[in-house]
Design a protein around this ligand. Structure first.
Ligand SMILES: NC(=O)c1ccc[n+]([C@@H]2O[C@H](COP(=O)([O-])OP(=O)(O)OC[C@H]3O[C@@H](n4cnc5c(N)ncnc54)[C@H](OP(=O)(O)O)[C@@H]3O)[C@@H](O)[C@H]2O)c1
Length: 262
């Protein structure tokens, strides 16, 4: 289990900033900006969350595994870009080093995810389940592990894990919920694990706010744009949880209407 380490800097600090202030410094300006990294932000919900958080005044890193598409998205949004493939340990480590060398991090949004197996694997075969878990679950652990030292230097470190109603045992067994009508071995079990990772990280990292969110069924490439929600609706919970303060909730699971059942 990841041991919680005390913040490296505990002296005077601007909320939301990675930069400590000495008592003689003038009133903070750019250092007060919250720096936020979103994985899988080149499109879909991650891209919309990046757009909304830029509008909220965050200094946003669009993280994406494809450099061309990621950089184009970041440039269009007025964000910064870093290449990051959540399945590739070296890529994640290099991204953390790059972000650390360029000012640090306050908010990490673990958004990247897949519903269907990559590389032509048969859906819900053991190999497909392993690939989905590697992206959706181990990917979050890789990224969180690599960025935790940066977050520990923030005055208000926040982690948002993008889960799903499909990861809720309550919803997937409730006949009144659409989630109960879908059988999805890999995806549903991966998102159940994301919920559990969230509550365990919340305990392991008591100095941080660590929360899981369910975007709700939203029209993106993920589902062939079949979801009834817009990406703006689908990012309401992400954007809210990305902006919680040091006294905000931790270890929770919410959707755009409030608390969601685990
Ligand atoms: N849409 C919904 O109805 C819905 C509902 C509940 C939860 N969610 C969750 O919301 C999150 C975003 O989904 P979305 O609807 O926005 O899907 P999307 O449009 O398909 O976007 C998924 C993003 O994840 C990225 N990604 C996939 N594998 C990656 C990897 N190995 N490394 C880095 N990035 C990777 C994709 O990059 P590429 O472009 O390179 O593939 C893309 O940027 C997912 O975690 C999903 O499970 C979605």
């Amino acid at each position: 289990m990841m041991a919680h380490r005390a913040p490296l800097i505990v002296a005077l600090r601007v909320p939301g900033s990675a930069v400590p202030l000495s008592p003689r410094q003038a009133a903070p300006t750019i250092e007060t900006m919250t720096t936020t990294l979103i994985t899988g932000a080149n499109k879909g919900l991650g891209h919309e969350a990046a757009r909304r958080l830029v509008a909220e005044g965050h200094d946003v890193w669009v993280a994406a595994r494809d450099a061309d598409r990621g950089k184009a998205a970041a440039d269009a949004l007025g964000a910064r870009f870093v290449v990051l493939d959540v399945r590739d340990e070296e890529s994640v480590a290099a991204a953390a080093e790059h972000v650390g060398a360029n000012g640090g991090l306050d908010v990490l949004v673990n958004n990247a995810g897949i519903a269907y197996p990559p590389d032509g694997l048969e859906n819900d075969s053991p190999a497909a389940i392993a690939a989905i878990l590697d992206t959706n679950v181990v990917g979050i652990a890789r990224v969180t592990h690599a960025f935790t030292p940066l977050l520990e230097r923030s005055g208000n470190p926040v982690i948002v894990n993008v889960s799903s109603g499909m990861g809720s045992i309550a919803s997937t067994t409730d006949p009144d919920r659409i989630e109960s009508t879908i059988a999805s071995l890999g995806y549903a079990s991966s998102k159940a694990a994301v919920n559990m990772l969230t509550t365990q990280y919340a305990k392991a990292l008591p100095g941080m706010r660590v929360n899981a969110v369910d975007p709700g069924y939203t029209a993106t490439d993920f589902n062939g744009h079949s979801g009834p929600q817009t990406v703006e609706e689908g990012t309401d919970a992400m954007v809210e949880m990305a902006q919680v303060g040091p006294d905000g909730p931790t270890g929770t699971f919410t959707d755009r209407n409030g608390p969601a059942a685990f």
